[in-house]
Design a protein around this ligand. Structure first.
Ligand code: GDP
Length: 455
């Protein structure tokens, strides 16, 4: 593994009170000593781990800034290597100058995610825990942050390790029985093995279920605001986002392209697209918008279908509700302040969940938020339980479940124990990949490519 020193600005690319340049790798402390002169006598290479010194950072032209140098000694650091962190005044120019000085002193610029990747390669954290770091950074709500912190502290790894251990014990017993059928090995009871497989499957299925309901909280929900022109979609989007984002006019068809916005509703992040209405049009530009809206509707994880309650239902509204039948849809009867002309019985027949609001006055906003959370099922999400944080992890668990099912089917249908063993081994393989114990270099690189520089 490459452990030559790397460096990057670890704080955001913006002016701030403090900015940190992080250096990690073999020789990191000697390198820090070349650019940092402490007020006292101990240069970073002489300092103990977990200690700090005040001094000045300089390059070949002279002093750059005052700084505090924090020293971590391998293996007790984030990366597991020697680490120095130079905390300076957080001006962008100064930070870049400090980084340049460090690079000139011999460090290589750290690629995105390199610090956490080294922590993983040095065995400090597992791959799922590394992914949880990103979960913490990107968390936009209390619940998401708590679940990601739990995963970073090993809640997912522990649950996966437990399942792996029970499958490995079964697999070892199976292998012994296949290899030495005439030896005195405890007889393999298919019922006992099947019970182990079922219990492992249940635990994994629980993880998948929690990921699906936690996804809205952890990653946000792709949401489409749909409805014919002038029903108040842009006004609703503005109500949810809290400021004027879409153009609101009373000329039908103003919102021609897809406008996107991220808003937080309770603990859920909605990635909103406000679309052109779905209706017949001869206007070329508008018809492109309509097609785009239809496509978005099919791909959405949540649809907010907006109706104008001040008018009776039109055929276009009915068409929209039919289009939304297979999506998770909340029907919003807007313009409640003007009185409702929509037939309650008809609307109840056409959709399962509907509420009345006034996007213009904001009346019913709270009811709207509650309806969204209850439709997404986020009310039941418990962040203290182990929660997978990425689709990659979910795919590994899903693969393990399929393999366990195959093993169980093989067992029940009386196939050879070889066949059962192969499927159990495949399930274990998928779980080991989740934690990164057997993940290929490509998978590992892909995980860390999503990180930011300096993390
Ligand atoms: P869109 O074409 O569906 O995006 O509709 P807009 O948001 O542009 O709204 C069309 C018109 O309806 C504008 O004049 C809005 O001010 C008005 N409008 C939107 N919501 C309400 C509401 O709740 N009550 C009333 N009275 N007017 C509204």
């Amino acid at each position: 593994m490459n452990s030559s020193p790397i460096a990057a600005i670890a704080t955001p690319n913006a002016a701030g009170g403090i900015g940190i340049v992080r250096i990690s790798g073999k020789g990191a402390l000697e390198l820090a000593s070349r650019v940092f002169t402490p007020v006292g006598s101990k240069t970073p290479d002489k300092m103990n781990g977990y200690t700090a010194a005040f001094g000045k950072v300089h390059d070949s032209n002279g002093d750059i800034d005052e700084a505090v140098c924090l020293v971590f000694r391998a293996p007790k650091s984030y990366t597991g290597e020697d680490v120095a962190e130079l905390s300076c005044h957080g001006g962008l120019f100064v930070m870049q100058k400090v980084l340049r000085a460090v690079l000139e002193a011999g460090a290589a610029p750290a690629p995105a995610g390199e610090f956490t990747k080294r922590a993983f390669l040095n065995g400090r954290i597992s791959l799922d825990e590394a992914e949880a770091v990103m979960g913490i950074i990107s968390a936009q709500g209390e619940q998401a942050a708590k679940a990601a912190l739990g995963a970073l502290e090993g809640s997912v790894s522990r649950e996966i390790d437990e399942v792996c251990a029970s499958l490995t014990a079964s697999s070892a017993q199976l292998a012994a029985w296949v290899d030495y059928p005439y030896d005195e090995i405890e007889e393999l009871a298919p019922e006992k093995l099947s019970a182990t497989l079922i219990s492992a499957r249940e635990k994994l299925a629980g993880l998948i279920k929690r990921f699906d309901s936690g996804k809205a909280i952890m990653q946000g929900v792709n949401t489409v605001i749909a409805g014919k022109p002038n029903t108040g979609k842009s006004t609703l989007m503005n109500l949810l986002s809290g400021y004027e984002r879409s153009i609101v006019t009373d000329i039908a068809g103003t919102t021609r392209d897809v406008v996107e916005q991220t808003v937080r509703v309770g603990d859920v992040v909605l990635k909103l697209s406000d679309t052109a209405g779905i209706h017949e049009t001869d206007d070329t530009v508008e018809s492109i918008g309509v097609k785009l809206a239809m496509k978005q509707l099919q791909q959405a994880e949540l649809v907010l279908a907006v109706l104008d309650g001040s008018e009776p239902l039109s055929d276009e509204d009915r068409e929209l509700l039919i289009q939304c039948k297979n999506s998770k849809t909340l029907v919003i009867i807007n313009k409640d302040d003007l009185g409702c002309k929509i037939d309650e019985d008809e609307i109840s027949d056409l959709c399962s969940t509907h509420i009345s609001i006034s996007a213009k006055t904001g009346a019913g906003r709270q009811k709207l938020e509650q309806a969204i959370c209850s439709l997404l099922g986020t009310g039941d999400f418990d962040p203290s339980q182990a929660t997978l944080t990425t689709e990659r992890q979910r795919a590994c668990v899903q693969k393990a479940v399929i393999c366990i099912d195959e093993a169980n089917d093989a067992l029940i249908s009386g196939m050879t124990l070889d066949a059962v063993t192969v499927s159990v081994e495949d399930a274990i393989g998928a779980l080991l990949e989740l934690c990164g114990k057997t993940a290929s270099e490509n998978v590992v690189n892909e995980v860390f490519a999503r990180f930011c520089v300096g993390k």
